[in-house]
Design a binder for this molecule. Sequence first.
Ligand SMILES: NC(=O)C1=CN([C@@H]2O[C@H](COP(=O)(O)OP(=O)(O)OC[C@H]3O[C@@H](n4cnc5c(N)ncnc54)[C@H](OP(=O)(O)O)[C@@H]3O)[C@@H](O)[C@H]2O)C=CC1
Ligand SMILES: Nc1nc(=O)c2c([nH]1)NC[C@@H]1CN(c3ccc(C(=O)N[C@@H](CCC(=O)O)C(=O)O)cc3)C=[N+]21
Length: 306
Amino acid sequence: MSRSDDSRYLKGGPVAQRIIASVREDAAIATAEGFPPKLVSITVGDTAAVDVYVRNQRAKAELAGIGFEERRFAADITAGELEAAIHGLNADPRVTGIIIQRPVPVHIPIKTLQAAVHPLKDVEGMHPASIGNIVYNQLDLAPCTAAASVELLKETGLDLKGLEVVVVGHSEIVGKPIAFLLMSEGATVTVCHHMTRSVAAHARRADALFVAVGKPRLIKADMVKPGAAVIDIGINSEIGPDGETRIVGDVDTDSVKEVASWITPVPGGVGPITVAILLRNTMVALSRQRALYQATYGVADKLAAE
Ligand SMILES: NC(=O)C1=CN([C@@H]2O[C@H](COP(=O)(O)OP(=O)(O)OC[C@H]3O[C@@H](n4cnc5c(N)ncnc54)[C@H](OP(=O)(O)O)[C@@H]3O)[C@@H](O)[C@H]2O)C=CC1
Ligand SMILES: Nc1nc(=O)c2c([nH]1)NC[C@@H]1CN(c3ccc(C(=O)N[C@@H](CCC(=O)O)C(=O)O)cc3)C=[N+]21
């Protein structure tokens, strides 16, 4: 890719705007019908690692007409107290979505918290039941970052059927769900992690390379097949040469962009779409809650009317 060829940057902004515009329409209709969407964000302890994400969530939720409330808990809260707080939100009909921001302090088992969120309010798609749906090819509510990354790959127009895809990183929240989503789309997926003998050898075979590790410049130009699509999911803070803090991904963008046909910038790539998908998921969750409400009370309403 020549330096001037900006068209090969897979930018997240326009995709995110498209998604948010559609969410805004859905949210306006639902609100008019008496079901206003409302997202509650839970942060525990030090919030520095999620501040950017939460700030963007609030801003975009406001833009989309979705209520947004932040609940911050002290670092020394017990897992039991947090679970009780989550159960309270589960029981509150005004709350239609719950997101637990990561990381949480080490004494709190994140999986227990994730499982405490009612599956119908699990807008992150991280409850075991939600993850299970992905394995069963029910893809309308998937973990946000994974869905965002796949959405960006689709922007290339590449046919995902039979595409050789390599995913570097296999966390439950990013790498694993990406692999499942891509398998559902018909791609041939290889997943690498810290025990993989040669990440480079796998990465070089990929038509599409997804990187979600958390290590700046892990992926260099000699690890990328010429013409490949590179989706950089990493969001890492580092101090730049000017002494200022900046956000960089996991890919050495300057060198890789000379080899790849498409590359996602950081910032401005996967991040903005992640936020948009969270809001889209909030609407999917709300319609599921409405469907249950209808199934439970609709019959009684009809009988009462007769
Ligand atoms: N853009 C967005 O919206 C989001 C971005 N992120 C960013 O994505 C990155 C990854 O996040 P997350 O998945 O939560 O991180 P985790 O730390 O949970 O997972 C990192 C993964 O990378 C693997 N890994 C570590 N070192 C290597 C290596 N040298 N070679 C190959 N694989 C390696 C680990 O393998 P193992 O488990 O075997 O050690 C693990 O599977 C971070 O930079 C994070 O900030 C995260 C969420 C959203
Ligand atoms: N339960 C949970 N789910 C997550 O998905 C999750 C999390 N916890 N904890 C933190 C990480 C990080 N993350 C980001 C998502 C979007 C941007 C984002 O919007 N970035 C923009 C803006 C950057 C900026 O303003 O500087 C961009 O990349 O262009 C950033 C970071 C989600 N994460």
